[in-house]
Ligand binder design. Sequence first.
Ligand code: NVA
Length: 311
Amino acid sequence: MTRHFLRDDDLSAEEQREVLRRAAALKQAPYSDQCLAGPQSVAILFDKPTLRTQASFTAGVAALGGYPMVVDGRLAGVGERESIADTARVLGRQVSAVVWRTYGQDRLEEMARYAGVPVVNALTDLFHPCQVLADLLTVTEHKGALPGLTLAYLGDGANNMAHSYLLGGALAGLHVRVGAPAGHQPDPTVLTRAKEIAAEQGGSVTVTDDPQAAAAGADVLATDTWVSMGQEALKDSKAGKDSPFLPYSLTTELVGLAAPDAIVLHCLPAYRGLEIAADLIDGPQAVVWDEAENRLHAQKALLSFLLEASR
Ligand code: NVA
């Protein structure tokens, strides 16, 4: 059966642990897994801007012995010039896996239906599961075992990062808190699924509009831009002077309510002075450069796992 990673819970809790184990091993020995030797190609498509994702998938596929074929999705016109199904059928005959950053989750699901090879979500409007794998690796490195730790995410609770923290964090046995204003809280379907997973894994999921309550005692604090890719037209309302997210901005005062040794995550790009204070992201509690590096290790581990599981 072809295995895909379209959302965080496409891995079971045990499989997520296995991917994180492999990621840690690959960080120690970067060329020890040559699962793409040949070289086999991996198509890496972007319908939205990218820095970390392109760099980490390109470097990662090469390090696994493969050939990273970066495709500008807008040039290819996926879903416009050519249907998603036809694009998937063509790519599936040429490459060993497809990695795609796009808008709707339905687009990615359609790619997976027709590709016949593993399809990986490199960010959609709904989820950013590769980032959360990297974040979980980062938290493990700094805090040890994941189950029972509290991760508080503050800001736009309806975006891809919030949703992936809910699902991926719950799978890892974390207590996940989302602090977000009314009208910007998580998708109810994602929240329900996260609660089910948390109940199975011994963690919990909480959503609140109280930023102080969300941050209190947390081991890990996370935030993300208030204006996600594709939302440029909402910039003034989401990040302007009347932004509903202002009370959720990560500041040293807010982080002062968390555990004294709390770490701070940000998937980047960061907008200093908006969702995170400059002194915080540039200070000792922030682990954002480890987090960015860990995209590489986590995604290599994920590709290796999916290819093996699909054989
Ligand atoms: N929520 C952000 C994440 C960027 C990595 C976005 O979708 O733009």
